[in-house]
Design a protein around this ligand. Structure first.
Ligand SMILES: [Ca+2]
Ligand SMILES: [Ca+2]
Ligand SMILES: [Ca+2]
Length: 228
């Protein structure tokens, strides 16, 4: 069969398109392999992890609101474990109290590092409101709360990203061990979130993300950290 000039050109373009597509697919596979590898290396060398929080009480209109986005980064220093809390919610809300339940590796509270817009201090002996619903019994000596007025000294959702860091002594283990405890649920962190527009407040507990999500969250956290 004789193929005319126009048809030849079309065939050529189709083939070129297929080759291009193949190259793009291969590139994508390579890229996703590469990003997975980067993620694994990052997770192994950074010793930091991100944990989102989930509300477990139902006191008003916001317990299931997807606009609530509160999370923590857990990282380490020299024999220190650091918990840094962020409130990236798109709905009005303020994190006012932080609670820790069990775990065997956290020692004395070394310091509370208040970022711009937060003022937290060691707090009273209460359990997280509603904690009994999820068998959360706070280790009261680790309670941390926003100083009055909590609505402004807490971690507000507005602005450039308020945060607070709590540093603990690391006793008889590594950060990896602490992350294991968090992943197993033998160490849990709880938050009291107040100031929703209907006047309600809710309690939240950290959840353990899937490894892939964790990787993305960790990368997101790294970017945010750089911004901070
Ligand atoms: Ca509700
Ligand atoms: Ca406890
Ligand atoms: Ca604040």
């Amino acid at each position: 069969m004789v193929v005319g000039g126009k048809a030849k050109g079309l065939l050529y373009n189709v083939r070129k398109g297929l080759i291009l597509e193949e190259i793009l697919v291969r590139k994508n596979i390579k890229l996703s392999c590469l990003s997975a590898l980067v993620c694994i290396l990052f997770l192994q060398t950074s010793y930091a992890a991100i944990y989102p929080f989930e509300i477990f009480t139902d006191n008003g209109n916001f317990n299931n609101d997807p606009g609530v986005n509160v999370w923590m980064e857990v990282s380490n220093g020299d024999n220190i474990v650091e918990f840094t809390f962020y409130n990236d919610s798109t709905v009005q809300s303020t994190v006012t109290n932080i609670y820790f339940d069990d775990g065997t590796l956290i020692g004395a509270t070394l310091s509370i590092i208040n970022g711009a817009g937060t003022l937290f201090a060691e707090d009273g002996p209460n359990n997280i409101p509603g904690g009994e619903e999820i068998f959360f019994d706070a280790d009261r000596e680790f309670n941390v709360g926003a100083e009055p007025p909590p609505s402004s000294n807490g971690i507000n959702h507005i602005g450039i990203g308020e945060w607070v860091t709590i540093e603990f002594e690391l006793v008889g283990g590594t950060l990896e061990n602490v992350l294991n405890e968090l992943n197993l649920g033998t160490l849990r962190v709880g938050l009291h979130i107040q100031d929703f527009t209907d006047g309600s407040s809710e309690s939240a507990v950290n959840i353990v993300p899937e490894p892939a999500t964790m990787c993305l969250l960790a990368l997101g956290g790294l970017i945010l950290r750089k911004r901070k």
